[in-house]
Design a protein around this ligand. Structure first.
Ligand code: NAD
Ligand code: TYD
Length: 350
């Protein structure tokens, strides 16, 4: 039996990865380590919480002692490290949390793995999950490859870039068996409604303004979260040691055209006359240092490991809308309480 430590498993992408591993690999013991910040939610894993190969550990990766104890307690074979502060806007208002969790937390895990695996690195794997945002911002042309130079421009992307460098440094310096992937924007079920798509779905449903930063001309490359989880599974098992893989949907949308598409779907699903939801679109003050465009070349992953996205965006977006509309209680639980405070401080009272 293999023991796999998944960090940040109660978050958006982590919960999809945990679910996939628990279900697909009954002979693996899956330990989900999560601090349960505002973004961590055990309700994301209700369907698998009683599976015999699943265990939840509440812990903070910033606490080095806790991480060392964990590696002493469990004979860990592999780490899939997703725990992070992940929202650019929060990194602008409160960068220190990002420095602690994303940088110090990652190094604590690297150290715990290095000490505990000292004599037996051979069959181990430390897989660090990162973002395309480390490469910076593209103009109208160009695409990020694995050799694009790092040029992070927000406290979030700078903290992730820093953690990527440290993970690679542990490979070269200590021969820690690492692999890294850098993925584009994910969307799908269980995403916290501070990110563009779930926030907009929730606002449209409640007839609230849809806040679009600047002119809505910024471009993101969107990937369905289950396709990311499938890529993570593949890279964890078959990725080459020390390598980096880019993951992306080859699916670029300006924010405004994405929201217009979403509005059309929402009108249809909510039986509202065409054009109703689009009237909620409201242009608001731009994000500071807003990266113009991300686009990712995932041909290395496609050619070497045979991965490709399974869904067209329109289909994935429709599935996503269906999920949020069917899971009203999940959304209501999240958007009561502290979320209101966050919303007001970010967007003002509406
Ligand atoms: P998320 O914010 O939904 O989840 C993060 C999880 O980490 C939460 O469950 C939170 O409780 C946990 N966490 C935070 N600080 C912690 C700490 N100190 N100790 C232990 N647990 C802690 O994030 P997500 O969108 O699921 O992203 C997961 C990973 O994927 C991150 O590393 C992120 O940088 C990366 N990523 C995200 C995207 C995206 O579009 N969301 C794209 C590419 C890469
Ligand atoms: P987001 O979901 O925060 O992801 P990221 O910043 O990591 O790409 O934002 C996606 C895009 O949507 C980004 O260009 C910022 C923009 N955006 C808005 O226009 N309005 C919003 O309220 C939010 C949250 C994001």
């Amino acid at each position: 039996m293999k023991t796999i430590l998944i960090t940040g498993g109660a978050g958006f992408i982590g919960s999809h990865v945990v679910r996939r591993f628990v279900k697909k690999y009954p002979d693996y013991r899956i330990i989900n380590l999560d601090k349960l910040t505002y973004a961590g939610n055990l309700a994301n894993l209700k369907d698998i919480e009683n599976e015999p190969n699943y265990e939840f550990v509440k812990a903070d990766i910033v606490d080095a002692g806790q991480m060392n104890e964990l590696f002493q307690k469990y004979d860990i074979d592999g780490v899939i490290h997703l725990a992070a502060e992940s929202h650019v806007d929060r990194s602008i208002s409160n960068p220190m949390e990002f420095i602690f969790t994303n940088i110090v937390g990652t190094v604590n895990l690297l150290n715990a793995a290095r000490i505990s695996w000292k004599e037996k690195m051979e069959h181990k794997r430390f897989y660090h999950i990162s973002t395309d945002e480390v490469y910076g911002s593209l103009g109208e042309t160009g695409i990020f490859t694995e050799t694009t130079g790092y040029d992070p421009r927000s406290p979030y992307s700078a903290s992730k870039a820093s953690s990527d460098h440290l993970v690679r440094a542990y490979f070269h310096t200590y021969k820690l068996p690492i692999v890294i992937s850098n993925c584009s924007n994910n969307y799908g079920s269980f995403q916290f409604p501070e990110k563009l798509i779930p926030l907009s779905i929730n606002n449209i449903k409640n007839n609230k303004p849809i806040p679009i930063y600047g002119k809505g001309e910024n471009i993101r490359d969107w990937l369905f979260v289950q396709d990311h989880a499938a890529a993570i599974d593949l890279i964890f098992h078959e990725g080459k040691q020390g390598e980096t893989y880019n993951i992306g949907g080859n699916n670029e949308w300006t924010n405004i055209s994405l929201i217009q598409e979403l509005c059309k779907i929402m009108d249809r699903k909510l039986n509202r006359p065409g054009g109703t939801s689009a009237q909620l679109i409201t242009f608001v003050k731009d994000r500071a240092g807003h990266d113009l465009r991300y686009a990712i070349d995932s041909s290395k992953l496609q050619d070497e490991l045979g991965w490709k996205p399974s869904l067209q965006f329109e289909e994935g977006l429709e599935k996503t809308v269906d999920w949020y509309l069917a899971n009203e209680e999940w959304m209501n639980n999240i958007t009561s309480g502290d979320y209101q405070k966050y919303y007001e401080s970010q967007y003002g009272k509406r």
